[in-house]
Design a protein around this ligand. Structure first.
Ligand code: 5GP
Length: 132
């Protein structure tokens, strides 16, 4: 069965899209640790990130780098943190989290509650800052 993220890529499940190219897709985490918390995934479904082939793996991180640069331009933060967990959704993904303090990337903390309008506005801001 297709992962929930594959169903997001196909549009079957809605998401707040931030960026997309032929092979990769970035969208807001629905339970954000911080405003702008974004997930970056390969469209091709692989469970464990270190099982991805070298070329696709490098492409994923280069795509994440571009997304992180856009996030940093429009989200008030010191820098963008990066984490890979994958215990909940078995489709490889990189968490990009805007950081002001180390607590912002503590996955045990209560998640932010944002309205659909707030999610849409954040996604549009990051998307608009993407270069290339
Ligand atoms: P992990 O697998 O790295 O432990 O966590 C998966 C992440 O995906 C969580 O932060 C969770 O909030 C996010 N997530 C799970 N289901 C959905 C969904 O349907 N849409 C979005 N946008 N994010 C999701």
């Amino acid at each position: 069965m297709a992962s929930i993220f594959t169903r997001i890529v196909s549009g079957e499940i809605p998401s707040y899209k931030v960026a997309e190219d032929e092979n990769y897709f970035a969208f807001l985490d629905i339970n954000p640790l911080a405003e702008g918390h974004t997930l970056v995934i390969p469209k091709k479904e692989t469970d464990y990130i270190f099982d991805i082939g070298d070329e696709e793996y490098q492409g994923l991180f280069l795509f994440a780098k571009r997304v992180a640069a856009a996030m940093r331009m429009v989200i008030p933060c010191e820098r963008i943190g990066i984490a890979v967990i994958g215990l909940e959704v078995r489709h490889a993904h990189i968490h990009l989290v805007p950081l002001k303090t180390i607590y912002d990337i503590d996955f045990r903390k209560p998640k932010l509650k944002l309205s659909p309008g707030e999610f849409a506005e954040i996604a549009a801001k990051i998307s608009g800052a993407m270069i290339g």
